[in-house]
Design a protein around this ligand. Structure first.
Ligand code: ATP
Ligand code: MG
Length: 423
């Protein structure tokens, strides 16, 4: 029979990679505790309407990347392509932002039907934090300070921060009109994507990598000339806080996010170590989102980080990952020793010692071979002689030191102290 493979763009995390996933999620959780963020878990499936209304109908995500289907009740549902909309939906639904503020974090899979390649998958994972109820820019700065502490903890050095401000939705609208008017003179010369975006999502054209489009953009109206005072002040203050906190950044006036809900401050941490998939963490302010989902006006800001890209970076630049190996491999010979071995293994685990028991019998040679392959430091051996004497044999599998005979109840104590101490 033919074998079955996973769905394209959706990866298995194999045991050999599990340690780094745990390492990263533990670091993230402990940072969230340091800064006072609490976890929220929302369903992977949401009503399609949620994403259409928030991310925007004319964005790449909603236009072509969503996993949308009609369920058995005839309702259109979508596997979440991102989690900010869900966090806000849940916060409004459960009153988390009703005359209150909320600092939330999440970690989990997201789904986008993109072209799979290195660093770009159809099921991928994001960690994100959302601060609901603060107008900024102080909290926006803290989001970036949080991220920069994360890079330090993980030993990631190649990431660089880019920031920009998009202004209020009104000033952005004025700018959009001016941009469209200017670019319309060059419609035929723009690259295909930009032509498509011209009337649908013109700000995204600022992001184009096409040489001719970039040339045309040089003389385009400047977003900064259209910004409202309040956004400008926020942006200046944000920069002052970042300077004080020693967070390096550059202002990138071409930085526009691919989701419609962003307002004023936006940012991205990018790296040159991951090829075309350069964005690792991205976010900004989304002051209109809570009202868009039926809540009272609530300022908000947050970011999302791609875990697969982060893991690539940590593997390249971070500390060497040590996998968690067993400390003891339990070798037993005969039915009685097997029973005794089960009890002894449990006693060792009571002391926090990682024990792999041998299963399936076999002679000593076979069992020692498995013990060696397991990576364990010690073999604890129970055979006929050991049972008669009520002593276990401890053998150091990694050095030439002599094996020891130890009363059952003292094995944990011996292992805790190492084999070369007399106890
Ligand atoms: P990109 O420009 O790479 O398409 P994006 O702007 O679509 O990213 P966001 O929606 O802001 O990304 O998501 C935040 C982060 O999630 C990205 O910076 C990236 O690290 C990660 N990410 C986004 N899409 C994918 C994907 N398909 N596979 C893996 N990681 C992804
Ligand atoms: Mg994308």
């Amino acid at each position: 029979m033919s074998t079955l493979q996973s769905v394209r763009g959706m990866n298995d995390v194999l045991p050999e990679s599990a340690d780094i996933w745990h390492f990263i999620s533990e670091q993230l959780r402990s940072l969230c505790n340091l800064y006072g963020y609490r976890e929220i878990r929302t369903p992977l499936l949401e009503r399609t309407e949620l994403f259409k209304r928030t991310i925007g109908e004319q964005t790449d995500i909603v236009e072509k990347e969503m996993y949308t289907f009609i369920d058995n009740n005839g309702e259109s549902v979508t596997l979440r392509p991102e989690a900010t909309a869900s966090c806000v939906r849940a916060s409004v639904e459960h009153g988390l932002v009703h005359n209150k503020q909320a600092k939330l974090w999440y970690f989990g899979p997201m789904f986008r039907h993109e072209k799979p390649q290195k660093g770009r998958y159809r099921q991928f994972h994001q960690f994100g934090i959302e601060a609901l109820g603060w107008p900024g820019p102080d909290i926006d700065a803290e989001l970036l300070i949080f991220a920069s502490r994360l890079w330090k903890r993980l030993g990631v050095q190649s990431v660089k921060l880019e920031i920009n401000t998009l202004g209020s939705s009104e000033s952005r609208e004025n700018y959009k009109n001016a941009l469209v008017e200017y670019l319309s003179q060059y419609t035929a010369e723009l690259d295909e994507d930009s032509q498509r975006r011209l009337f649908k999502n013109p700000l995204r054209i600022l992001d184009s990598k096409n040489t001719r489009t970039r040339e045309i953009l040089k003389d385009a109206p400047n977003l900064f000339d259209y910004l409202d005072d309040s956004s400008l002040q926020q942006f200046t203050r944000l920069q002052a806080i970042l300077a004080k906190a020693d967070v390096q950044y550059t202002v990138n006036p071409g930085l526009v996010r691919g989701l419609d809900y962003y307002t004023s401050t936006v940012f991205e941490w990018v790296t040159d170590k991951l090829g075309a998939q350069s964005a690792v963490l991205a976010g900004g302010r989304y002051d209109g989102l809570v009202t868009q989902l039926g809540g009272k006006p609530t300022p908000a800001a947050g970011f999302a980080m791609g875990i697969e890209r982060l893991i690539e970076l940590v593997l390249l630049e971070g500390p060497p990952m040590q996998s968690i190996l067993p400390e003891v491999y339990m070798v037993t010979m005969g039915d009685l020793a097997e029973l005794e071995g089960i009890v002894l293994a449990e006693t060792l685990r009571d002391s926090g010692i990682r024990v792999h028991s041998h299963f399936g019998g076999g002679n000593f040679k076979k069992q020692f071979k498995k013990a060696d392959q397991s990576g364990a430091r010690y073999a604890v051996v129970l055979g006929e002689t050991e049972l008669q004497q009520q002593m276990a044999t401890i053998k150091d599998l990694r050095t030439e030191s002599e094996q020891l005979s130890v009363p059952f109840q003292d094995v944990a104590k011996y292992l805790g102290r190492g084999l070369d101490t007399n106890c």
